[in-house]
Design a protein around this ligand. Structure first.
Ligand code: DC
Length: 234
């Protein structure tokens, strides 16, 4: 049987992790899992259930509801991509809203939420042949992943990419605001108590500040081939 890999991609916000991970999954015919989307889906559920209010976050309510939150990834043949579903509803667009973005880092800090998500992520990984991106995939979710990439790019490059992306969508954007948000998210990701963003010891760093997606693909092809066929050719 053909060998299948688990490829873990971690790194900073707006580094192009999902673009890169999707391109790899497409080329290998693997499943792409956006672990950030899972934390976003939980956040959407909490907003809808009223667990997040201006008075604070009802952590107990969230913990008790975790068993009722079912997240799946369903292939959309029209888009050629997997989309995030929450309890039988396609929430792919709604989880990208500003409201969800504003609360997701706080929800993803709740230990029980992380434990449940990691459990689900490992279940998805059982059959291998997956590319998963996030913040703790190579360190916590799949410490034995076949390939671990840690992505980074300069803050200015990331801010510019995000600026271009939002502008293309016709959203009002302020470059300084975006840059500030990226810096804040870096600090939050690196300093949270549980599963902070860290490079796994055996992860390979990819700084894509001056690289196109195709250049990144060229870079990783050799690494993939070595993993898939290295033992055989030796
Ligand atoms: O990748 P993203 O920006 O869509 O992720 C949304 C949030 O979820 C982000 O604030 C960090 C958090 N996250 C996490 O804590 N662990 C992961 N494996 C993925 C995302």
């Amino acid at each position: 049987m053909k060998k299948k890999l688990i490829i873990a991609i971690d790194g900073y916000s707006s580094c192009g992790k999902s673009t890169f991970a999707k391109a790899i999954a497409k080329e290998l015919n693997y499943i792409y899992i956006d672990s950030g989307a899972m934390y976003r889906a939980v956040t959407l559920y909490c907003l809808r259930k009223g667990f997040i209010t201006k008075n604070g976050i009802d952590t107990e309510g969230i913990k008790n509801s975790l068993k009722d939150i079912h997240i799946t990834f369903v292939y959309n043949p029209d888009k050629g991509e997997y989309e995030t579903w929450l309890n039988s509803e396609n929430v792919e667009n709604e989880i990208r809203s500003i409201e969800v973005s504003n609360f997701v880092s706080r929800i993803s800090q709740i230990p029980e939420v992380r434990t449940r998500m990691v459990e689900l992520q490992r279940q998805i990984g059982v059959f291998k042949g997956i590319v998963m991106d996030g913040r703790d995939i190579g360190t916590v979710v799949f410490p034995d992943a076949d390939i671990k990439i840690f992505m980074t790019a300069s803050v200015d490059t990331r801010a510019q990419r995000r600026f271009d992306e939002l502008q293309a969508k016709g959203q009002p954007v302020d470059y300084r605001e975006i840059k500030k948000n990226i810096i804040e998210r870096d600090v939050a990701d690196e300093n949270r108590e549980i599963s902070p963003l860290r490079k796994a010891k055996d992860a390979i760093i990819l700084d894509n500040t001056n690289m196109t997606v195709e250049e990144q693909m060229e870079w990783i092809r050799g690494i993939i081939q070595e993993k898939l066929h290295g033992d055989r050719d030796r």
